[in-house]
Write a protein that binds this ligand. Structure first.
Ligand SMILES: *[C@@H]1O[C@H](CO)[C@@H](O)[C@H](O)[C@H]1NC(C)=O
Ligand SMILES: *[C@@H]1O[C@H](CO)[C@@H](O)[C@H](O)[C@H]1NC(C)=O
Ligand SMILES: *[C@@H]1O[C@H](CO)[C@@H](O)[C@H](O)[C@H]1NC(C)=O
Ligand SMILES: *[C@@H]1O[C@H](CO)[C@@H](O)[C@H](O)[C@H]1NC(C)=O
Ligand SMILES: *[C@@H]1O[C@H](CO)[C@@H](O)[C@H](O)[C@H]1NC(C)=O
Ligand SMILES: *[C@@H]1O[C@H](CO)[C@@H](O)[C@H](O)[C@H]1NC(C)=O
Ligand SMILES: *[C@@H]1O[C@H](CO)[C@@H](O)[C@H](O)[C@H]1NC(C)=O
Ligand SMILES: *[C@@H]1O[C@H](CO)[C@@H](O)[C@H](O)[C@H]1NC(C)=O
Ligand SMILES: *[C@@H]1O[C@H](CO)[C@@H](O)[C@H](O)[C@H]1NC(C)=O
Ligand SMILES: *[C@@H]1O[C@H](CO)[C@@H](O)[C@H](O)[C@H]1NC(C)=O
Length: 679
């Protein structure tokens, strides 16, 4: 099958053949209607009446499409508009969504960087008339590359109206309308044929932006990947994310060549939410999601004095022969995913980009970390001082960095903006995390931090369920590959209602520590109620044995000897209260704060009210890593007994909320891991 062939991960021994040299010129030109930056392979034009890039060709191939091709790109497109992008849009003006450009002024730049390579640049700058907020988009092209370096800026200064609104969404999009593109690619593992727009047009919407297309049995997407299509399926966490994009297998190009359009996350320091932030990547549109709360992370407020430039990110376009695979074109783009890539160029244009900090004013941080035994995949995060990195939107001047810690406990992060940071260290397999505030990164010298981290402890561990890794992926329908489709996507990525809780657990969840299997006997979501609104498979609500889960465990006499205090730790990978993903307190709603109650051998422990301002939208938007939360239930060890003990994990019965979009009304939690200790 052509599809399978193109998706094969080939050994990349001869990448060099893909790189067709460009020679020697860069045009940056302007007329009454448009601004153009072009080299001998890539041609990009920004329309002055819209402020949007609306022509983009690589070796003469139109990458965006024409007005004549009226099909709707999955995810939607303005009717009759030809393909556009990369361009800026936002949900950031008082009325909501907005695409700047209509009121813009433009600048055209050209020059040579310090390595002698010519570059051209276009800046779209708009003062939004109703509020005075400044919205800017920057595109740069170098003579030797076939991609666009992009920055986006938002500034707001108004003392008479100091609070404007939240920055609910800020993003750049490459939004084609052309049959050229045949496949999408989230990461190395998640690649799929793009469903045709016809398939989506005539299909049933089962949830917000989610379609059932399983009756198109011959569509390559359905045959190989899933029966449902949604933009959420292709979201990803930023921790290991490098590149995402779309691929054209050559069947629709002018000369049979293959093409790729990629968003390269070469820098992550101007995004928010740290390494666990996840967002949309590609669904026919190639996104650069800069700020959003799809999975429940916070977004910053726009208050007077706000002035932040996001980027650089790099939109890379490439071309291969008629047999070049998706994996090969992707791998070429991935080579650029480093914050030290193109430093000389970025330094050379720093004076043209407000707020951009050149490398000479950045420093390297080194860590020497004494890790707890058994720490897997350890990571260090530098982010806003004094707050959880998940909330690093509170200071809009703060930047963020992270990196893997190696086996010896060493880590090095380059290109850090000077300032005071919180250092956070966590690892798979270890409860809790290490936190150190007021870590100062100075200019012009390497800062080295030595830290000793030990796993948190409340005595002797009797048992644990799951792996502390900020994910509910190890449970049923989490990371497990879907056996029914040849590309075996992880099940959590598929529309959640496909995994029918009453069918899996007709008698509810009962988990016996030491005997049960986490990947079968513990579900990836604990619902309050299953079915009903936004569940097309089970449109009637189902209540029996849903909201109470049972955990059984044996305790030995020895375990309990001299034990006075017991601690049950519950770490969650995400929780949805009535406050939803936007953390919106709605006074008409009962469950803005959601109690998760633990009943230990018949005695109810003091409940944990999961707070409204830490609510996510997680499993229902195809995710297993959202806003992480933890709580310790401390109780008298006398509640434990020798032999079998019984815990009920209980959400309130039928705890639903109002949903403005077609999304399930049930509240729910997603467990990361649980642990019982005594001392
Ligand atoms: C670049 O500019 C030169 C001189 O104006 C022109 O001849 C050439 O066609 C331009 N090339 C592109 C790709 O715009
Ligand atoms: C610019 O956009 C306007 C509005 O969509 C369109 O009418 C016009 O043809 C475009 N100009 C160019 C040069 O493509
Ligand atoms: C500041 O906000 C006030 C109130 O919305 C508005 O009337 C005024 O025009 C704004 N100032 C600027 C410079 O945009
Ligand atoms: C699939 O079902 C939809 C209705 O949900 C229908 O419009 C469409 O024609 C069906 N397609 C095929 C190929 O059966
Ligand atoms: C944004 O402002 C609102 C209203 O003042 C406040 O409740 C909220 O906590 C602020 N959020 C952030 C992230 O600063
Ligand atoms: C690919 O290109 C080669 C050489 O141009 C040609 O011989 C071959 O038939 C093409 N294959 C396909 C599948 O188009
Ligand atoms: C609050 O909930 C009510 C339904 O009880 C709904 O009508 C209203 O729109 C909600 N308000 C907001 C701000 O979402
Ligand atoms: C949530 O709100 C409480 C007060 O209700 C506050 O103490 C806490 O800092 C807030 N947390 C976040 C993450 O905003
Ligand atoms: C479990 O759920 C039922 C129905 O929601 C409720 O009445 C009961 O108190 C819950 N707790 C236990 C320990 O069974
Ligand atoms: C569950 O809650 C919904 C919404 O509040 C309500 O319409 C429904 O009647 C409730 N079901 C039961 C069995 O209480």
């Amino acid at each position: 099958m052509a599809v399978v062939r193109t998706l094969q991960v080939l050994l990349l021994s001869c990448l060099a053949i893909l790189i067709i040299p460009t020679h020697g010129f860069l045009n940056a030109t302007e007329n009454a209607k448009a601004l153009v930056i072009a080299n001998d392979r890539l041609y990009a034009s920004v329309n002055k009446s819209t402020g949007i890039m609306d022509t983009l060709t690589l070796d003469g191939q139109n990458l965006l499409g024409t007005k004549e091709y009226n099909e709707v790109t999955p995810g939607g497109n303005a009717a009759g508009q030809n393909g556009i992008g990369p361009y800026l849009d936002c949900y950031c003006v008082p009325s909501g969504s907005y695409t700047p450009g209509k009121y813009a002024t433009f600048k055209l730049y050209s020059g040579s960087d310090s390595t002698g390579v010519k570059y051209g640049g276009v800046v779209m700058s708009e003062v939004y008339p109703l509020t005075g907020q400044v919205l800017e988009q920057y595109w740069f092209l170098r003579e030797t590359e076939t991609g666009l370096h992009t920055f986006s800026r938002l500034a707001y200064h108004n003392e008479t109206k100091p609070f404007l609104r939240n920055l609910q969404e800020f993003r750049t999009l490459f939004r084609p309308t052309t049959p050229l593109w045949t496949h999408l690619s989230t990461n190395e593992r998640i690649n799929a044929p793009l469903p045709s727009s016809d398939t989506l047009k005539y299909s049933r919407t089962v949830q917000d932006a989610t379609w059932y297309i399983g009756n198109y049995t011959k569509a390559p997407y359905v045959e190989h990947f899933a029966d449902y299509f949604t933009k959420y399926t292709f979201s990803d966490e930023w921790r290991d994310h490098r590149v995402h994009g779309i691929y054209g297998d050559g069947s629709q190009s002018k000369d049979g060549s293959t093409f790729g359009a990629w968003l390269v996350m070469n820098t992550v320091d101007t995004y928010f939410g740290g390494p666990t932030h996840s967002d949309l990547t590609v669904d026919g549109i190639v996104y650069n999601y800069i700020s959003s709360n799809h999975h429940g992370d916070n977004v910053p407020n726009i208050t007077t004095g706000f002035d932040r430039t996001f980027g650089p990110q790099y939109f890379h376009f490439n071309k291969g022969t008629n047999t070049t695979s998706l994996a090969e074109l992707r791998a070429e783009a991935e080579e650029f995913a480093s914050p030290t890539w193109n430093t000389a160029f970025y330094d050379s244009i720093a004076h043209l980009v407000p707020n951009y900090i050149p490398s000479t004013q950045r420093s390297t941080w080194k860590g020497r970390i004494d890790l707890p035994k058994g720490a897997k995949r350890p990571i260090a995060v530098l982010a806003q001082n004094g707050v959880d990195f998940q909330d690093n939107v509170l200071d809009t001047k703060a930047y963020q960095y992270w990196g893997d810690i190696d086996k010896k406990g060493n880590i090095e992060i380059p290109m850090v903006k000077p300032g005071a940071y919180r250092l956070t260290i966590y690892a798979d397999g270890i409860f809790g995390q290490y936190i150190q505030d007021d870590l100062v990164i100075a200019v012009g010298k390497v800062t080295t931090t030595k830290a000793k981290w030990r796993e948190e402890s409340a005595g002797k561990e009797l048992w644990r369920i799951g792996t502390p890794d900020r994910s509910s992926g190890e449970y049923r329908h989490g990371d497990q590959p879907d056996p029914s489709k040849p590309l075996h996507p992880p099940e959590y990525r598929i529309y959640w209602a496909n995994w029918d809780f009453p069918t899996d657990y007709p008698d509810g969840v009962t988990f016996e520590v030491g005997k049960s299997d986490e990947s079968k006997d513990f579900n990836y979501v604990h619902w309050s109620v299953f079915g009903g609104y936004a569940n097309s498979v089970r449109p009637e609500p189902y209540y029996e044995n849903v909201n109470n889960w049972t955990v059984l465990f044996d305790a030995k006499k020895n375990d309990l000897k001299k034990a006075k205090d017991a601690t049950l730790t519950i770490q969650l990978a995400g929780a949805k209260t009535a406050a939803g993903n936007t953390d919106n307190w709605n006074a008409t709603q009962l469950w803005n704060n959601l109690p998760l109650t633990v009943v230990m051998n018949g005695i109810e422990l003091e409940p944990w009210d999961i707070p409204w301002n830490q609510s996510s939208s997680c499993a229902t938007r195809s995710a297993v890593v959202c806003y992480a939360l933890a709580h310790k239930y401390e109780f008298d060890a006398n509640l434990l007994k020798q032999g079998q003990n019984k815990i009920i994990l209980s959400l309130p019965f039928n705890a639903t909320d109002y949903e403005s979009a077609v999304l399930p009304r049930s509240t729910y939690v997603q467990y990361d891991s649980l642990r019982l200790e005594v001392k």
